[in-house]
Write a protein that binds this ligand. Sequence first.
Ligand code: FAD
Length: 429
Amino acid sequence: MITDITRRKLLGLLGSSAVIAGTTSFPFSVKAGKSTTAHIVVVGGGFGGATCVNYLHRFDPNLKITLIEPAKTFVTCPFSNKVIAGMQKISSIQFNYTKLAAQPNVTVVHDTVIDIDTDSKKISLSAGKKLPYDSVVLSPGVSFRWGKIKNNDLASTAIFPHAWKAGEQTILLAKQLQTMPDGGTFIISVPGGPFRAPPAPYERASLAAYYLKKNKPKSKILILDSSDSFEEQALFQQAWNKLYPDMIEWVAGTAGGKITRIDTKNKQVFAGSTAHKGDVINIIPPQQAGTIAIKAGLSNKNGWCEVKQPSFESMKARSVYVIGDACIAGDMKKLGHAANSQAKICAASIVSSLHGITMPEPVYNSSVYSVLSPKYAISSASVFRLKAGSISIISGGLSELKASKKTHRREASFAKGWYKSITSEMFLG
Ligand SMILES: Cc1cc2nc3c(=O)[nH]c(=O)nc-3n(C[C@H](O)[C@H](O)[C@H](O)COP(=O)(O)OP(=O)(O)OC[C@H]3O[C@@H](n4cnc5c(N)ncnc54)[C@H](O)[C@@H]3O)c2cc1C
């Protein structure tokens, strides 16, 4: 069991830019001017991909790097729950690639990868161009397993938004809450299996409660969960009792929380034969690796990509690396901070092997803040090392149940620091 002091030290360490920047973990870089002809293509400019471009360039400024990302504006999922609750504008979580693209030897192409030929080492773009690569890093995030819940298809998200990829869906869900009548019910359906950001559905419920308590205090929030327990459950439930008494009801999977069918016309969801009617309904669909990783044949039967450690090279194709939510990373959860840490280790591994440098033993880290009101946050932080080839947690800790109001207030402010730090690493400030 980790002590409070160790935990505080750990949080301080993880919050410090030195470790987020990875400089303590990877004390090497190849001098500018040393010749290298390798071309590294990075697919996806989110938490894993943008960070990987930054670190590949830092470790070896001579590398030719091409980032392929369809969107000119990236909208972060972290802090998107704050946008849904009206605490921040969407513009505060939007970033562009201008600074990354201004780096020497870095090119950003706004297009979608539609195929990867891992034999001829060529990538096909939707615009028709083919790009040769020496190594390719994929960080395409998740895709949704449409139809796992009956009637849950792309069209249904115009009425029951997922808001699990930030952007238009975030705005839609925020608008629906704004127009919900006072006394209405907001339903959140939480999927089973591994999914992006395990604490985020409960953070969403908390911040929606913050908004509703202020604006529509007779309203209720119903969380229908596929599972029988969730991350940091005691901390969340304690906060709900303190901040939003009687407003949030959580239903475990075996108690009727597992949704099997939806009916957008009548605004109903079904757990077996039990119907729940909602005024605003947020279905978070079951997930798998981003479509391109599956199309390229990199996923297993469950839809996730197995990779070797410490390189993150695919088990299925040489010189192809998969990081972020799409990969199976041992004890690490599918989080932006995990993707950031994996990106640095993957970049270090690629540069090490290109230059015949021995790769330092990696230390992986990840932390996540859940903001439950503007002045109340909780957190979890973990450090990992390789054990028998698998990423294994070696230490970590959670906010304490007996933490004071002041501590929770400080955590809410640390969350802002974390966000600034991690997005600076992606988009260079
Ligand atoms: C509501 C919510 C709150 C969250 N809060 C937190 C938090 O507080 N802390 C935290 O650590 N994590 C949080 N997360 C999780 C975090 O957003 C993800 O874990 C993180 O985005 C994963 O990074 P990634 O690089 O794998 O995917 P992403 O960041 O989603 O990036 C994937 C990129 O790949 C691009 N792409 C996909 N397919 C292609 C293709 N074929 N060609 C080219 N590009 C492609 C996409 O356009 C996208 O830009 C949250 C998630 C949600 C939903």
